[in-house]
Write a protein that binds this ligand. Structure first.
Ligand code: SAH
Length: 453
């Protein structure tokens, strides 16, 4: 199966991708499009169902571009995700590891703490929300989502009632006119704090006072803001955010550490699994208490602060590109009374490379010329920048803990690091996105003993 939930059949050696089929199905399929080495088909009849099949309980599934594995059981989904990780690490990364089962999610519905619902006009000019159909910007109307926390669905419904009651226009992509583009909602899992951010194609929201009055009565409401995005782009958030009511950030906790989260900052979406993911990274780092640790692509310092607590006599340096996230990281360290961290803003490949070249790092060089004991990286899907990988190797850490949200780029980077003497020692996948195609993985790479000197 592919990571977009299509089953793959073979005909005369040619791969045929068929949405909504499962491994083990015998099915009748209509071929829709034929390319040189592969084709796309449509399921017309299940002759013999796969044992992996399960009943789907979401009415939007076959149209919505979000979930991809709702037609199979969660056990099958976990098996597929595990295979995907180990296969990529073996095939692309060159490391053949005995597979460990993925860390399954405790909740497979209503687990998300963040939603970005698009708002578009229907044929009668009425604002609608819902989901974009797969690989398109065609809105499938829906007022709730089965993987979101119920309060998030309630907030979205409230916002839609307000837009309709006050005749506020929805964004129209073709003409780049209309006001409201997205409803962005976040909820702190341990605090219940809620942030609503209306993304608008303009500078002002008409009837803002009424908007605030309606939303602030929702239990947990902490922050109501506008994000201004007047560009012709698919990127959801614009660069400026205006606070309408409450605090500019919400707070949440992971593993007893408090975090402030601004709307522009990245924050993992499955809070129960996040703690397990970070714990796995911490276990792989196996810190003794005095190490020099780096956390690259650190966001609001989530992993950095986990690490900092484990090295009371050591030092953690975090680097992140989004200024608001670095502001959060610095505040979060202070909020938790953690003083052995320093945070830098900029592209890790530039900032770290520059610091290392000038030997101006918070961590001191040891007798081996090493500037780090452990380097943790947690890059976006495209993986680590090649220049950054070179720099990390120059820093000569004993261990690299790689947290990844894309097995293919992870495996590519594992190969590069392998050629520089770092061997894969541990691999553990963690399911952050039940029903979704993506999978998170933590890998521990280590220099062979004696190779560091
Ligand atoms: N470790 C954090 C964030 C991981 S997401 C957490 O678990 O919450 C990846 C982060 O990398 C995002 O915050 C993104 O803003 C940041 N980022 C993207 N490109 C970057 C780059 N070139 N240099 C540094 N940070 C980058």
């Amino acid at each position: 199966m592919t990571s977009d939930g299509s089953g793959i059949g073979k005909y005369d050696g040619m791969a045929i991708f068929v949405p909504l089929t499962a491994i083990g199905d015998t099915a009748r399929v209509k071929i829709l499009k034929v390319k040189k080495t592969y084709a796309f088909g449509k399921l017309t009849e299940i002759i013999e169902p796969s044992p992996d099949r399960a009943e789907n309980r979401c009415p939007s599934f076959s149209q919505c571009g979000g979930c991809v594995y709702r037609h199979i059981s969660y056990a099958a989904e976990c098996r597929i995700k595990t295979d995907k990780v180990y296969e990529a690490i073996k095939r692309i990364g060159g490391a053949d590891m005995p597979p460990q089962p993925i860390i399954c999610s405790e909740n497979t519905e209503h687990y998300r703490n963040k939603a970005q619902f698009p708002v578009r006009e229907d044929e009668n000019g009425i604002p609608q929300t819902g989901f974009f159909a797969g690989r398109s910007h065609r809105l499938i109307p829906a007022s709730s989502c089965a993987i979101q926390h119920p309060v998030i669905n309630e907030v979205v419904e409230n916002v839609m009632n307000f837009l309709r009651a006050y005749g506020i226009s929805a964004y129209r992509e073709e003409s780049h006119k209309g006001l409201v583009r997205h409803i962005y909602v976040r909820r702190g899992y341990h605090t219940g704090q809620i942030m609503v951010c209306l993304v608008i194609n303009g500078n002002e929201l008409p009837h803002a006072a009424e908007f605030i009055t309606r939303l602030r009565t929702i239990e947990g409401m902490t922050s109501i803001c506008l994000n201004l995005n007047t560009k012709k782009t698919n990127v959801i958030l614009g660069s400026s955010t205006k606070l309408l009511w409450g605090s500019p950030a919400i707070e949440d906790k992971i593993g007893g550490i408090r975090y402030q989260i601004s709307p522009q900052s990245f924050y993992q979406v499955n809070p129960v699994q996040t703690e397990k993911l970070y714990q796995t990274a911490l276990d792989f780092a196996d810190l003794q208490g005095d190490e020099r640790v780096w956390d690259l692509y650190c966001g609001i310092g989530t992993i950095s602060l986990f690490l900092a607590k484990a090295v009371p006599n050591g030092q953690v340096t975090g680097v992140e590109i989004v200024p608001e996230a670095i502001e959060n990281a610095k505040k979060n360290a202070a909020l938790n009374g953690i003083s052995n961290t320093s945070f830098y803003c900029g592209a890790a490949e530039d900032v770290v490379t520059d610091m290392v070249a000038k030997r101006r790092t918070p961590s001191k060089e040891d007798q081996n010329g090493a500037l780090a004991d452990v380097v943790v990286v947690d890059p976006p899907r495209k993986g680590c920048d090649a220049k950054l990988l070179d720099t990390i190797v120059t820093m000569n850490p004993e261990k690299i803990v790689y947290v990844s949200c894309d097995p293919a780029t992870l495996a590519r980077d594992v190969k590069v690091l392998g050629e520089k003497g770092y061997e894969v020692k541990k691999v553990r996948a963690c399911d952050m996105f039940p029903q979704g195609g993506h999978v998170e993985t933590v890998v521990c790479l280590q220099k062979e003993k004696g190779e560091r000197a």
